[in-house]
Structures are given as structure tokens and as C-alpha cells.
Design a protein around this ligand. Structure first.
Ligand code: XMP
Length: 518
């Protein structure tokens, strides 16, 4: 079983960051809800426990707690902020409300380096964000660090249980990474051998056990997640996996050809059994005359399900043992809605790039990437031999170019937009800007404006270019692209795309705008 570090979630905004830091140390870490039991931890191969911070006070009614047996010394434990207060509270110490929150940088004096603070200076900068503090240590514990304000900025039982009031996981604690690595490697003595190759080996074994001698299907969208999920499952069960690529006719330039060339190629690359469905006609005829963006989304979503279901039915007729469906769900899609204090079970949001897959399908879900962050998915993809162009592709909305043409969609407009978009992306790549932005694309607006070309007056399309930077796509800023890059893109678009005579750059942030125009 894979040795796992459990990160127990108390609702801190940094819980996922702790998991990231652990995995960056090549140790497998996973977030667990606070009501996890010792038996569950043992069954999952947990070798160490980190308790996250959180907004509660241990004295709040319904404050999230912990099964005391997790703290009885059988596992090394690191409590962070609320996690440390909870440890102190449960193990017989005393936590007090300070009346005033401490939020921001502090200087921590390390009174006893030991294994946890090995290699750190006597005084270090650290990030604080707390209201309560540990006033009296639990029996057997001693303070190992302090600040001008806190007698106990960190505590230890002299063996394997530690608490830190500050947040070692955030960048504002410059040496925090070392504290976490000390905990993992010096205190817990775990091995840092969790790599993409190791993940692939384990995942292949798990998928083989999960699918047995059954057959699986996967909707390949052209995006990185479904590509990696499909390649991983193909590695595990070979041609008992069938991938379906539905070409909606709303894809970017060359996208369909690239997917087919990469995954359906007879030689080289990760070969998949691929069914390519050219459904452009169906999508375009249903979209004809539709202006409302939500209407377009609904049509594309519905139509996708119909086409996909039709294919699944055909494959199932030919191969009666089709019993699994592969999804490219990744860790951030898996929302642990177990908010502290609640007993509700984790809600899993199974994303599909289009409108979701049929709810009544009787196929069992296989989600081989459900515990990976995006950059880990890319590393696994590289390990599987998927080309960089696919691994680094910007996200693309399921309704595709239908929501990048403002107003009704038709073939002519799709062609215009595809050309303009391809030029913009080509120029971004050539200038080394493609990977510096999170998403970039062209939009075809319904505006027509007057221009002049040679001796002729023109009345052409207005294309808007959009490039954004963002961490999470919830908020975003417009990318400060160099003027000469914009100039090259604009001049190529008006020269090479016949009906476009004007290009503008979108300088709105989200909010109040959104990333897409529709
Ligand atoms: P907005 O425009 O809401 O976009 O700022 C945030 C992110 O979501 C993508 N997006 C979609 N993805 N189906 C999708 O699969 C959709 O209908 C859809 N609408 C927006 C958008 O491209 C951006 O990455």
C-alpha cells in the first residue's frame, strides 16, 4: 500500500496548499475530513498526520474535533494553527481566546531546534493567522518556539508529536518548506519516492483490479485531463478501452485532426482504440439562429449526450461486456464539502468538459486522476508519452467556439473565428507567451465596422482578443501582453482573414467581466 500522509482538514484556506507542499517533497499526501477514524487512516496506509488550520475556536459550539486515538502517539502528528490548538485541547492543555486576532508576519524565536526546526536560524519569519493560542501545554509537551506575543509558538512532546501556531505551508513563511520537510523526513522518516512513474505503476495496478476483465469507454475531449485519464486506462487494459471523440464542429483549428493523429495514430504515441464521430452537422443545425448563450450551452450539452449515448449503445451492442466509463476528474474537481462540524459525505462534482454525461448510464465510474493536481496530471501525461502540445493546452469550454461567437453561430463565422484564433495562438507561442497566460483566444463580435483596404472601403468583422492570467479561473486579470506581440497578431489577422478589418484587445478583469464573452 502506498505510504500516505493524511492532511486532516479543519477548513483552512491553506489545506490544499499543505497537500501540495507534501507532494512537492515527493511524498504522497491526501486530504481527509476531520471526522476520519483511526481505522480508516490505518486502512489507507497512513504513516503520518498533519492537522490543518481552520477558522473555528476549539470552544465554539460544534467546533470540529478529532478522534483522540489519532493523537495517542501511534502516528507522528504535526498540528498547524487550529490543528495545534486542537491537539493541546484534546491532550489536556488549555487554549485561550486572545480577544484580538494576530494576522500577518511575526518573528519566531526557536528555543529548541530538534528534528522539526533542524537547519533553521535562531529567529525566523513566519506567517500568523489566529485568534486563540495555547496557554497551558498538555502533559508531556514543552514549548520549542516563542514570539514576543506567544509563549508557545510551537510545541513538542519530545518524540513525534508537534504543533506550530504559524503556517509553514505558505510562502510568507520563508523557511516553512524546510519545517514540513523536516517533519516528513526527519520526524516521520518517510521516503520521498512518489514520482509520476511510481504513480503510473500504482494507478495501472489499481485500474486493472477495478475493471477486472471488463471493458471501458471514455469521452476524449482533446483536453489534458481526459487525454491523460484515457492513456492511463489504455496502459492498464489495452484495447478493452474504447475512446469516443465527438467532433462538435465547434473546436479550434486543427483540434480534431490533432486528437485523431495523436491518439488514433497507428504507430508512435499512446495509441488508443478511438472512435471519431463527426457530428458537426447535427450541432450546427440545432444551433442555427440561436442567440442566447445559455441556450447554446444547453443545446451543445444535450446534443453531446445524445451523440455519445448513441455511440455507447453501438459499442455495447458489439461488445456486451462494456461496464465502465472513464472520467478525467482531477483533485480540484473533487470538492470535499465536509465542512468542519458537518457529517455530510463528500460531494463529488464529476466535471465533463461539455454538459455532463448521461445520469442514467449503468456504467461504473473510473476516475484515475481524482487525487492529482493539474501539474501532476501533466507530469503523469509526460510519463505516458503524451505530447507537450496537448499537456499544456489552455482549457477550452465544452460549448467551444459557440460561446466565442457573440450571436448566432454558422459555418462562415466559425471559419473566420478559427483562423483569427489560430493566428493569435501562433503568435503567442512564437513569442513564448502561451504558457505564461492561463487562457487566450479570439472572439467574433457581432460588430461590423468601416475600414479601408487599398482603395476600397470595407465593412468587416470586429475580432476581440482575450488573454488572461489566473490561478483558479474564479477571478482573472487581463494579461499584459507586449504591444509588439499584439501588433503582429492584429496585423496578421486583418491581412490573412479576409472579412476582418479591425482587432481589439480586451482589457477587462474578472470580476466584473468573465473570461469568456458569453
Ligand atoms: P468564465 O467565462 O465564467 O469562465 O469566467 C471561467 C472558465 O470556465 C470556462 N467555461 C466553460 N467551460 N463549459 C465549460 O466546460 C462552459 O459552458 C463554460 N463556460 C466557461 C472558461 O473557458 C474559463 O476557463
Amino acid at each position: 500500500m502506498r505510504p500516505t500522509v493524511a492532511i486532516v482538514d479543519y477548513g483552512s484556506q491553506y489545506t490544499q496548499v499543505i497537500a501540495r507542499r507534501v507532494r512537492e517533497s515527493r511524498v504522497y499526501g491526501e486530504v481527509f475530513p476531520h471526522d476520519v477514524t483511526p481505522a480508516e487512516l490505518a486502512a489507507r496506509g497512513v504513516v503520518a498526520v498533519i492537522l490543518s488550520g481552520g477558522p473555528a475556536s476549539v470552544y465554539d459550539e460544534g467546533a470540529p474535533g478529532i478522534d483522540p486515538a489519532i493523537l495517542d502517539g501511534r502516528w507522528p502528528v504535526l498540528g498547524i494553527c487550529y490543528g495545534m490548538q486542537l491537539m493541546a485541547h484534546v491532550l489536556g492543555g488549555e487554549v485561550v481566546a486572545e480577544g484580538k486576532r494576530e494576522y500577518g508576519p511575526a518573528t519566531v524565536t526557536i528555543d529548541e531546534h530538534g528534528a522539526l526546526f533542524d537547519g533553521l536560524a535562531p529567529r525566523e519569519r513566519a506567517w500568523m493567522s489566529h485568534g486563540d493560542s495555547v496557554q497551558r501545554l498538555p502533559p508531556g509537551f514543552r514549548a520549542i518556539a516563542s514570539t514576543g506575543r506567544l509563549a508557545t509558538a510551537a510545541m513538542s512532546d519530545g518524540a513525534k508529536r508537534f504543533g506550530v501556531q504559524f503556517h509553514p505551508e505558505v510562502a510568507h513563511t520563508p523557511r516553512g518548506g524546510e519545517v514540513l520537510r523536516n517533519f516528513l523526513f526527519r520526524v516521520c522518516a518517510v521516503r520521498g519516492d512518489w514520482t509520476a512513474a511510481a504513480f503510473v505503476d500504482e494507478a495501472v495496478r489499481e485500474i486493472q483490479a477495478e475493471i477486472g476483465d471488463g471493458h471501458a469507454i471514455c469521452a476524449l475531449s482533446g483536453g489534458v485531463d481526459s487525454a491523460v485519464a484515457a492513456s492511463l486506462v489504455a496502459r492498464a487494459i489495452g484495447d478493452r478501452l474504447t475512446c469516443v471523440f465527438v467532433d462538435t464542429g465547434l473546436m479550434r483549428a486543427n483540434e480534431a485532426t490533432e486528437v485523431v493523429a495523436t491518439f488514433g495514430a497507428p504507430e508512435g504515441g499512446p495509441r488508443l482504440r478511438l472512435v471519431h464521430v463527426d457530428a458537426a452537422e447535427r450541432f450546427l443545425s440545432r444551433l442555427s439562429g440561436v442567440e442566447d448563450p445559455e441556450g447554446k450551452r444547453a443545446i451543445v450539452g444535450e446534443e453531446f449526450i445524445r451523440v455519445f449515448e448513441g455511440e455507447v449503445a453501438m459499442i455495447a451492442r458489439a461488445d456486451r461486456r462494456l461496464d465502465h466509463i472513464v472520467h478525467g476528474t482531477i483533485y480540484p474537481d473533487v470538492i470535499e464539502s465536509k465542512s468542519p462540524g458537518s457529517k455530510t459525505s463528500a460531494r463529488i462534482k464529476t466535471h465533463h468538459n461539455v454538459g455532463g454525461l448521461p445520469a442514467d448510464m449503468t456504467l461504473r465510474n473510473v476516475e484515475p486522476l481524482r487525487r492529482l493536481f493539474k501539474d501532476e496530471v501533466r507530469r503523469v501525461g509526460a510519463e505516458l508519452g503524451i505530447p507537450g502540445d496537448i499537456l499544456w493546452r489552455h482549457p477550452f469550454p465544452g460549448p467551444g467556439l459557440a460561446v466565442r461567437i457573440v450571436g448566432p453561430v454558422d459555418r462562415e463565422k466559425l471559419d473566420v473565428l478559427r483562423c483569427a484564433d489560430a493566428i493569435f495562438l501562433e503568435e503567442l507561442r512564437a513569442a513564448d507567451w502561451y504558457r505564461k497566460v492561463a487562457q487566450a483566444f479570439a472572439v467574433l463580435t457581432p460588430v461590423r465596422s468601416v475600414g479601408v483596404q487599398g482603395d476600397f472601403r470595407t465593412y468587416g468583422h470586429l475580432v476581440a482578443l482575450r488573454a488572461v492570467t489566473t490561478d483558479d479561473f474564479m477571478t482573472a486579470d487581463w494579461a499584459r501582453l507586449p504591444y509588439d506581440l499584439l501588433e503582429r497578431a492584429s496585423s496578421r489577422i486583418v491581412n490573412e482573414v479576409p472579412s476582418v478589418n479591425r482587432v481589439v484587445y480586451d482589457v477587462s478583469s474578472k470580476p466584473p467581466a468573465t473570461i469568456e464573452w458569453e
